[in-house]
Ligand binder design. Structure first.
Ligand code: PGA
Length: 254
């Protein structure tokens, strides 16, 4: 089964509106002729409508970095899936480890967010990954099992057609440490097998599983060559359009 690779940039809390637009426009120019790779950037909520508008005619799609699961209401400071969709986004990152760790997100709140995203027609990019301690205690697979199982609780396979999973070992995010290709493929294979166990073979074969954690032009082709790696979720190296495009063009990057 051939899955179209997805290269996604998570801009985190970087870039003002004008900075985000400038980077997005440069990226749009650089990727005008890109084929066979889906591209997504996730700016801050503030920049999302502007960036979506400026990238509309190109190959770059946009996403949000988070959402709140209610449609609307008295939830000061929150943004709903419908509002994100109306801002022009196609994707939303859900359950990033920074949100789990710094903002107390749980598998239960993440499950509600996945539901809200799908209801609004957004493709959720559900992030999972173990911490350094959990890795050292050999708990990687049990942690991933719990995060995937609980994050996707209550869905049927037919509802998850747009779902994207992202394996991001917490110890590899922003640290310059990447998991070895063998470690990455073993985990991705485990997640795909788990999706088959929880849902069915069709979904397991179709779902894209991205790798995230210190992905850069220098290591992307090795990672993308792995059978069960279908893309990358890129933080730091996505902030510069010229650098990010080298990741998008992973087929020619050595
Ligand atoms: P990084 O971040 O590429 O800077 O390690 C990845 C992420 O947090 O999604």
């Amino acid at each position: 089964m051939s899955r179209t690779p997805l290269i996604a940039g998570n801009w985190k809390m970087f870039k003002t509106g004008p900075e985000a637009v400038a980077t997005a426009e440069r990226l749009t120019d650089l990727t005008r002729d890109t084929q066979d790779v889906d591209i997504m950037i996730a700016p801050t909520f503030l920049s999302l409508p502007l960036v979506s508008e400026r990238t509309r005619r190109g190959t770059v799609k946009t996403g949000a970095q988070n959402l709140f699961h209610e449609r609307e209401g008295a939830y000061t400071g929150e943004v709903s899936a419908e509002m994100i969709r109306a801002a022009g986004a196609d994707y939303v990152i859900v359950g990033h480890s920074e949100r789990r760790l710094l903002f107390n997100e749980t598998d239960q709140s993440i499950n509600l967010k996945v539901k809200a995203a799908l209801n609004a027609g957004l493709a959720p990019v559900l992030c999972v990954g173990e911490s350094e301690t959990e890795k050292d205690e050999k708990k990687t697979f049990s942690v991933l099992d719990k995060q995937v199982r609980n994050g996707l609780k209550g869905f049927r396979s037919e509802q998850l057609g747009s779902l994207v999973l992202a394996y991001e070992p917490v110890w590899a995010i922003g640290t310059g440490k990447t998991a070895t290709p063998d470690q990455v493929n073993e985990v991705h294979r485990y997640i795909r097998a788990l999706m088959e166990k929880l849902f069915d073979k069709t979904l397991a074969n179709a779902v894209r599983i991205l790798y995230g954690g210190s992905v850069k032009p220098e290591n992307v082709s090795e990672l993308m060559a792995l059978e069960d790696v279908d893309g990358a979720l890129v933080g730091g190296a996505s902030l510069d359009a010229d650098k990010f495009v080298r990741i998008i063009n992973f087929k020619t990057e050595r």
